[in-house]
Design a protein around this ligand. Structure first.
Ligand code: GLA
Length: 369
């Protein structure tokens, strides 16, 4: 080997050692004895994301506060067994269909499909065994990203078509957790993929999120009925507790007697994003004053479900045995509108053979003084 050849090699090695890294360990075993792995991605600034092959769950996400101290800002469990309990869907990939499908049924190409009713009369977050409860096949991409793949067989959970899904988690050196979703099918089908991380920017288990300030780039939202199914109306947020176009504390209007707040038991609604073009556009910004942590959410999706952990009731003991009480976290689930297969006027969630579904969401972290 000549000296000339050695120079580029040295440069490559330097880049690799100063960039992100990934490692993995066994996280646990499924009830049928399959090994579940936990992959940790780490960027040059020490930010860390741990992701499980079971459910593609973001188990922990450690980002700096304004002093540079890292804190874990997502709810979850230290022990894999926690994820086998009835779900609040902590950190998981949600599919095939994020949020609700009314009466657990829809018609596609003249055929009626029936799903599992796991939320009253409705189907929620993929049914009995959604993508949050399956084992994904991992592949580390140059130590910078984790690729997870899953083949959802024709008829699984009642949905048509063999659906081949790839989710790639990337931790960038700009302190962004980027999630890319890709899917193809061999039969006409419907899908709505998202991630169900529960955030508390003060740190998981550090009380409620009511003092977080939130901005949502949405002029309209989809009001719901008592089963939390969209009525079909696209309602203006103007003059309502749903107007987050300027920053508001999450708790400021959460106790209001607005009919929609009462139905949701707080915020549990789909906000229609004000989009510019097809690319990534800013959906939301959340800030937490004590830690100084800021999270921005950018997405290619048309909407975001803002959910304030209204169903958490203090019965779940999470990491370090911490009690996760009501509203101890919030979710920003970027998505298509709930129940779209039953609302022809909503943006379509259909996928046909030959087409490729592709969505990207970025959770970007920084601090403010
Ligand atoms: C979503 C739903 C909520 C609830 C949570 C999980 O955000 O909209 O109603 O089901 O998931 O508990």
């Amino acid at each position: 080997m000549t000296t000339r050849n050695l120079i580029p090699l040295t440069i490559v090695l330097t880049v690799m050692t100063t960039n992100c890294s990934s490692n993995h360990r066994e996280f646990g075993k499924t009830p049928s004895g399959e090994s579940v792995e936990l992959y940790t991605l780490k960027n040059a600034k020490g930010v860390e994301a741990a992701i499980s092959t079971y459910g593609g769950v973001v188990v922990s996400l450690k980002v700096p506060d304004r002093t540079g101290a890292l804190g874990d800002i997502v709810l979850g469990f230290d022990d894999f067994k926690g994820y086998l309990l009835p779900p609040p869907y902590f950190g998981a990939i949600i599919g095939r269909y994020g949020n609700r499908i009314a009466h657990a049924a829809f018609t596609l190409d003249g055929v009626e499909y029936h799903l599992f009713k796991n939320d009253g009369d409705n189907s929620l977050h993929g049914g009995k065994r959604g993508f949050d409860k399956v084992l994904w096949t991992p592949k580390s991409l140059n130590g910078l990203a984790l690729q997870l793949t899953y083949l959802s067989k024709d008829g699984e959970e009642g949905y048509p078509g063999n659906l081949s899904v790839t989710v790639v988690y990337t931790l960038t050196d700009n302190n962004e957790l980027k999630i890319d979703y890709t899917a193809t099918t061999d039969k006409d089908t419907v899908l709505n993929l998202t991630n169900h991380s529960y955030f508390n920017l003060a740190g998981e288990g550090q009380g409620d999120i009511l003092a977080h300030e939130l901005t949502l780039n949405a002029d309209r939202y989809t009001p719901v009925d008592k089963g939390l199914i969209p009525t079909g109306e696209l309602r203006s947020v103007e003059g309502t507790p749903f107007d987050f176009r300027q920053p508001h504390a999450i708790g400021e209007r959460i106790g209001s007697n607005d009919e929609q707040i009462v139905l949701g038991g707080g915020y549990d609604h789909n906000f229609i994003l004000n989009r510019t073009g097809d690319g990534l556009s800013l959906a939301a910004r959340a800030t937490e004053a004590k830690s100084g942590r800021v999270m921005e959410v950018l997405t290619t999706q048309p909407a975001v479900q803002f959910y304030t952990g209204n169903f958490l009731d203090g019965t779940i003991h999470g990491k370090g045995g911490k009690v996760y009480g009501r509203r101890s976290a919030f979710c920003l689930e970027t998505q298509h509108y709930p129940d779209s297969p039953n609302h022809p006027s909503f943006p379509s969630t259909e996928l046909k053979p030959g087409e490729t579904y592709h969505q990207t969401t970025v959770y970007r972290f920084s601090t403010a003084s």
